[in-house]
Design a protein around this ligand. Structure first.
Ligand SMILES: Cc1ncc(COP(=O)(O)O)c(C=O)c1O
Length: 384
């Protein structure tokens, strides 16, 4: 049976709050997979009651490997190319220090990118003397992909993109920008925190050099877990953050030498809130069971319905017009209404969205249906 957009793809037994609220806020925090949340609690309780009897050294290795396997499937790669840590920012920072773009080179970023995508690169550029080259957005906050590509030149060392922009949801063609970066001897580094789980990411097919994501948005997982794909070329570098897990045999505990693994695991450096990895593994496997392509199609159907409904109500929709360049994120301004006040009004009407800068951001996901959108649009109409 093919589920239509009038049906939730993620059902309310898995995402109970989807029944209680018109929850259109995955770009801020996605609803958590119920089984994943339960796995985290039971791990924490077992640890509190039994310590290493419940969580021994083998389990400490396996919990990250299990998440690594799921992440490898998500990104269409081998587990050797995956590193796990506590967030996108941590992994991106470690990578930025590993790459350390040199003086005289430039790092390409869009001016509407998320701070966590580019701040790590700004920090290393301050250290090395590399330059950040910002690509401007138009008045609709859209980036012209041709302008983005034309900004890459022979001095470019890194093209650093949010695959999906946190504000407008504009989504870039990774294959195109990986090829453009490589043509000039640069690398393409991607923050997928707003795309992983809602848009397909094929690191093998696109040739992207690194992809990092946190798990609490479109992956329906917890805070506290980040995943990074690292291409074999970047696996030879010296990560910015290292610790006891950075040694190839981490149980060896000899501190006067450090031999790093010859794979992405060299970017895993220490302990973390390991229970979150159990939760993220559950949610990733659940999403993979549906297939991300199916989630993309579902989300596209409901977000296009939302866009049409918002336009009918006189709202301005930001971002690109071309559907292929969009994701499920819909950024809006309501003429004559202050977004900050109107976002509060919507919350009181049980329509859960986010205020970002001077616009309201809607972000439906697999647990939403067309009916949710229609209920949300009716509440907006009443509030207007
Ligand atoms: C594109 C993007 N990257 C990163 C983050 C947050 O990063 P972290 O989970 O490492 O704090 C966000 C959060 O909104 C985001 O939208």
């Amino acid at each position: 049976m093919t589920l239509g957009t009038n049906t939730r793809l993620g059902t309310v037994d898995i995402f109970p709050p989807a029944d209680k609220h018109i929850y259109l806020d995955a770009a801020s925090v996605g609803l958590s997979h119920k089984g994943g949340a339960e796995a985290i609690s039971s791990w924490q309780n077992a640890l509190a009651e039994q310590g290493t009897i419940a969580f021994d050294e083998q389990a400490e290795v396996e919990c990250l490997d299990n998440l690594g396997s799921a992440a490898a499937r998500l990104f269409n790669t081998h587990i050797d190319n995956i590193a796990i840590a506590s967030s996108e920012t941590v992994l991106m920072s470690s990578l930025a220090w590993a790459v350390l773009p040199s003086k005289g080179t430039n790092i390409i970023a869009t001016e509407v990118t998320h701070p966590s995508t580019i701040y790590p690169w700004i920090r290393v550029a301050e250290q090395s003397g590399a330059e950040i080259k910002w690509v401007k957005a138009d008045s609709n906050l859209s980036i012209d992909p041709d302008e983005l590509e034309n900004a890459i030149n022979e001095d470019t060392s890194v093209v650093c993109l949010s695959h999906t922009e946190y504000g407008t949801g504009q989504t870039y063609d990774l294959k195109r920008f990986a090829a453009a970066a490589h043509k000039h001897g640069a690398i393409l580094v991607v923050d997928a925190t707003q795309s992983a789980g809602q848009m397909p990411i094929d690191v093998t097919g696109t040739g992207v050099d690194a992809v990092a994501t946190s798990t609490y948005k479109w992956l329906c997982g917890p805070f506290g877990t980040g995943i990074m794909y690292v291409s074999p070329g970047l696996q030879k570098l010296n990560p910015g953050i290292i610790g006891w897990r950075s040694h190839q045999d981490m149980w060896d505990f000899q501190a006067d030498r450090l031999v790093m693994p010859n794979n992405a695991k060299r970017y895993e450096f220490g302990t973390m809130a390991y229970g979150t990895a159990f939760g993220a593994t559950e949610s990733l496997n659940y999403l993979l069971g549906h297939s991300v392509a199916k989630i993309t199609a579902h989300n596209r159907g409901i977000s296009q319905h939302l866009i049409q409904g918002l336009k009918n109500l006189g709202a301005d929709v930001l971002g690109p017009d071309n559907v292929a360049d969009r994701s499920a994120i819909v950024a809006t301004r309501f003429p004559g209404k202050a977004s900050a006040d109107f976002a509060k009004t919507l919350k009181e009407a049980n329509v859960i969205t986010s205020l970002r800068r001077d616009f309201i951001r809607f972000s439906p996901h697999l647990y939403n249906s067309i009916e949710d959108i229609d209920r949300g649009l009716a509440a907006i109409k009443a509030a207007l």
